[in-house]
Design a protein around this ligand. Structure first.
Ligand code: ATP
Ligand code: MG
Length: 367
């Protein structure tokens, strides 16, 4: 029994084709050593055929790791076409387009003596699409995405964090790629008193130097929820800084319409209801809106519905935004105020019409 087999199955089920390739190579090596040359050759042939990028990726197999914990400090993923669609405010969309365009035309720009822009800093609230945008850029540029595991990079050993940073950058420099420094503010953790003051300086200097030396045919993307924690010298290193904010009304409409189509529904042709959903999701992140629609769809299916019901979506919005103040009465009020009919309320909350009517009267008399 070869333990690689389990790893290959596991990686295959997780759609991690690179891992499948790596472990298959190992397996083929063992088989060859054990005299099973025919099957070993067949495996090698399959691996070779599976992708034209194998050769490129070979240089990336020996990942850097932290000397103390032995935890690998990067993750690699190869861009694959997905159905994920991202929605941003128009200004941000334009900036992303410009960034991609200037990367694509970097040779032309360099010829004209213009420095290219290959550093992008993304900041903003959780669930606004920072990590997804890094994946999207990887797909658009067809560059592998090397994500630095920054919590693993920060070492408790004096001097080791700067060394880990250098190793990550050296690794990324082996081939054109996107080096993604997700949760970038983790590096600010070393400000705490566990570390001596000089350590922070060393880390900042190491980062700056590595960013400055980074090859121009690769891209650095950093993402953070806490831009204020970043050192100003590092902040300045990024030519393009984009705040991915909570979506405005127009973008929310696109997001609501997009996620409504998760399954057949009873409201997308009703512009009044769509408008109401846009209003009710004010201040919510795209990630929150996505999960509301997912939960609503799941609950509709579990209740035996073949459609996503407007009343269920409104109910899930209520549950999402009022986790502490959840009461039957508040739920009914919220649904009344969001264009859900009394019959739909009684059905979706399994309540008598009399109960719904009495809350309805109360709401109307207070208006
Ligand atoms: N602008 C967007 N348009 C459409 N979907 C989005 C958008 N932003 C986020 N999502 C959805 O929410 C999920 C989570 O988003 P993502 O992880 O990219 O957010 P993030 O900004 O990196 O959050 P965090 O700060 O918590 O790391 C994504 O898988 C995506 O489906
Ligand atoms: Mg993220």
């Amino acid at each position: 029994m070869y333990p690689e087999l389990l790893k290959i199955i596991d990686a295959g089920l997780k759609n991690d084709s690179q891992k499948v390739r790596n472990y298959s190579t190992k397996l083929a090596d063992y088989l060859e050593v054990n005299g099973e040359t025919t099957i070993s050759k067949k495996i090698f042939k399959l691996i070779k055929k599976s992708t034209t990028r194998t050769a490129e990726l070979d240089s990336l197999t020996a990942k850097p790791f932290d000397g103390e914990t032995h935890v690998e400090t990067v993750d690699i993923s190869i861009p694959v076409e997905t159905s994920e669609e991202l929605f941003f405010n128009k200004f941000i969309e334009k900036e992303i387009e410009e960034f991609l365009n200037s990367y694509e035309k970097r040779d032309l720009l360099l010829k004209k003596g213009i420095e290219t822009n290959n550093r992008l800093l993304l900041y903003g609230k959780p669930g606004t699409g920072k990590t997804s945008l890094a994946r999207f850029i990887s797909l658009q540029t067809n560059l592998p995405l090397i994500t630095a595991r920054l919590d693993g990079v920060v070492s408790s050993l004096l001097g080791s964090t700067a060394k880990n940073i250098r190793k990550v950058f050296e690794y990324a420099a082996k081939q054109p790629c996107i080096l993604f420094l997700d949760e970038f503010d983790v590096l600010a953790k070393i400000r705490d008193d566990q570390h001596e003051l000089g350590e922070l300086k060393r880390v900042v200097n190491s980062l700056i130097q590595n960013i400055d030396d980074f090859p121009s045919d690769s891209i650095i993307i950093a993402a953070t929820n806490h831009p204020k924690l970043l050192d100003s010298a590092i902040w300045r290193r990024f030519d393009t800084k984009l705040e991915l904010d909570i979506p405005n009304k127009e973008v929310r409409k696109e997001i609501v319409e997009h996620f409504s189509n998760i399954m057949d529904n009873n409201f997308s042709s009703d512009s009044k209801k769509i408008r109401q959903l846009v209003r009710a999701t004010d201040n919510l992140s795209p990630d929150a809106i996505k999960s509301i629609f997912n939960i609503a769809a799941k609950n509709c299916i579990l209740k035996g519905q073949d459609k996503l019901l407007y009343s269920q979506v409104i109910l899930e919005i209520f549950i999402y935004i009022t986790p502490e103040n959840y009461s039957e009465k508040n739920a009914i009020k919220f649904m009344i105020n969001n264009l859900v009919s009394q019959r739909e309320i009684s059905e979706s909350l399994s309540l008598s019409m009399r109960r719904v009517r009495s809350v309805y009267k109360e709401v109307k008399s207070n208006e």
